[in-house]
Design a protein around this ligand. Structure first.
Ligand code: BES
Ligand code: ZN
Ligand code: ZN
Length: 524
């Protein structure tokens, strides 16, 4: 069940059990298959990732005939399979064995869950992908803890739907997904349970973020975002403060304040804190900063009507950070984390900020506003500076910042910018675990011209149609200063227009999983 009032508050019950999948009674049992052909030029050679003879026997005729090739997302559904208690056997293709990644497993679990929906089925079991089913030459070993984590995440993410506001929503929710691994040694079982439990936390947290992003602007005002953040913090044991305009003015956040001044909705400055039970020695305070524009009309530099409705998701950076904080609170890494979300609307009005206006940011930097639609960098400027004044010594921000990032990288990779190679690499190192795609783009002094103002310290647009995403990053870099900082531009990847076999269209929750891993990297 999903409730618009509280966000995504229930999801598939995911479990990991150690027993033979053939002996498990379920409406549908999913098993994974890979293609062991070594090059794209060779004919497909599908093989099941299971050591169960019953499962292998049931699928054998389709694998041998070449009707099923184990391509990514390909499925084969068999009714009343012999020698097992499942009513149906679903074979899910994961693609080539020699390039198999944890993310392929995540997507495979998602495909299995989404196969239930058009059939009105509510429960399934998934046979754990067993790498020992294949000879070493065909496939590298699959880390069992990582695979367990990916299965839990994939199943949870696949259940998420966006139609929460239909009067009679087509309830296709999946109630239970049980992952089955044949009994093995206690050490491996403990590792898998740990990975699985972590995956459940991360998957639920990502759905929490996606539900926020999916909310319309009239429901999810800055005030409501503050309420949801506070409720989440309360339930997970995080400290939370939600401040209004008075505090923003008292802190002299002139950049944030000028964006909200044209809106009838009050802004919200949301601050969350996670304090670890036992921090590692010299643990740095990590600062997570999110762009929380609950609706971006462009302001006086107003956007065109086409696709303006999409600008409800201009708070996806904030949602990624709130989702990450939820996961951090439950995973309990040994490093303290601070989160600052700057939330407001960007509206045109008699009182709105105008092109040509000059404002003073909390840092004292003066900013010439040349385009009021470049508002994200303004709120983040004060958010980054505020996080530093609260003690953060490493910074990361996430924002739907520029249309230009889509021009540069398409809908595939999100953009990463940094003032510190080591910090950028630390973030990029998380990607094999998170399965997310980020590509680093330049943010060096070569681009300083982009933010030079004739009358103030800096201006808020690049002033040309070139390197727009870098221009925005250069602006933010001024406020990160010498503090190691990573900026994630998720404008083109935070929302998907089309369904995918493993997940619904709509909010993706991009960034959250990698940010959680980035935090955890400091915990070792
Ligand atoms: N919120 C937009 C960026 C955006 C675009 C997010 C598409 C999601 C999808 C941002 O505030 C914006 O309007 N940026 C301008 C900057 C320009 C005025 C320098 C843009 O990208 O056009
Ligand atoms: Zn804008
Ligand atoms: Zn915006």
């Amino acid at each position: 069940m999903r409730s618009p009032a509280t966000g995504y508050d229930s999801c598939v019950n995911v479990k990991l059990q150690f027993q033979d999948p053939a002996g498990f009674a379920t409406p549908l049992l999913a098993v994974f298959a890979v293609d062991i052909a070594t090059s794209a030029a060779d004919a497909a050679s599908p093989a099941l990732l299971t050591t169960s003879d019953a499962l292998a026997g049931a699928a054998a005729p389709w694998l041998v005939s070449g009707e099923f090739k184990a391509a990514p997302g390909e499925t084969l559904l068999l009714h009343a399979p012999a020698n097992m208690r499942a009513e149906r056997l679903l074979v899910v293709g994961l693609g080539r064995a020699n390039t198999l990644s944890i993310h392929d497993v995540r997507k495979g679990a998602g495909v299995a869950v989404r196969c239930l929906k058009p059939r009105g089925l509510r429960e399934l079991a998934i046979a754990f992908p067993e790498d020992r089913a294949l000879a070493d030459e065909h496939m590298d070993s699959l880390p069992c803890e990582g695979a367990a984590r990916a299965l839990a995440e994939g199943a949870l993410l696949a259940d998420f739907e966006i139609d929460t506001y239909r009067s009679e929503p087509s309830d296709k929710s999946v109630h239970a997904a049980t992952v089955l691994h044949r009994e093995t040694d206690k050490h491996s079982e403990a590792e898998m349970q740990k990975g699985f439990a972590e995956g459940a936390i991360v998957g639920e947290s990502q759905n929490f973020a996606r539900a926020l992003i999916n909310e319309p602007g009239n429901v999810l005002t800055p005030t409501e975002l503050g309420r949801r953040a506070a409720a989440m913090a309360e339930s997970c044991g995080l400290a939370c403060e939600v401040h209004g305009l008075d505090k923003i003015l008292e802190l002299k956040m002139g950049a944030f304040a000028c964006v909200t001044q044209g809106s009838a909705q009050p802004p919200a400055l949301i601050v969350l804190r996670y304090t670890p039970p036992a921090p590692v020695a010299e643990a740095p305070l990590l600062g997570l900063v999110g762009k929380g524009i609950t609706f971006d009309t462009g302001g006086i530099s107003i956007k065109g009507a086409e696709n303006m409705d999409k600008m409800k998701y201009d708070m996806a950076g904030a949602a990624a950070m709130l989702g990450a904080m939820r996961a951090v609170a439950l995973l309990k890494p040994a490093v303290p984390v601070l989160c600052v979300v700057c939330s407001c609307e960007n509206m045109p009005d008699g009182r709105a900020v105008k092109p040509g206006d000059v404002v003073t940011a909390m840092s004292g930097t003066t900013i010439e506003i040349l385009n009021t639609d470049a508002e994200g960098r303004l709120v983040l400027a004060d958010g980054l500076h505020y996080a530093k004044t609260l003690g953060a010594v490493r910074l990361i921000d996430a924002a739907t910042l520029t249309g230009a990032i889509g021009t540069a990288l398409g809908l595939v990779n999100a953009g990463l910018f940094s003032n510190d190679d080591e910090e950028a690499q630390r973030f990029l190192d998380t990607l094999p675990v998170s399965g997310e795609k980020f590509w680093r783009l330049p943010c060096t002094d070569d681009y300083k011209e982009q933010i030079k103002s004739q009358i103030a310290d800096i201006r808020n647009t690049g002033g040309s149609r070139y390197a727009g995403a870098t221009a925005a990053a250069m602006f933010l870099r001024e406020f990160a200063g010498k503090t190691p900082w990573v900026h994630l531009d998720i404008a083109a990847t935070a929302w998907k227009d089309d369904n995918e076999p493993w997940q619904s269209r709509g909010p993706t929750g991009i960034g959250m999983r990698s940010i959680v891993e980035w935090v955890r990297s400091y915990s070792q």
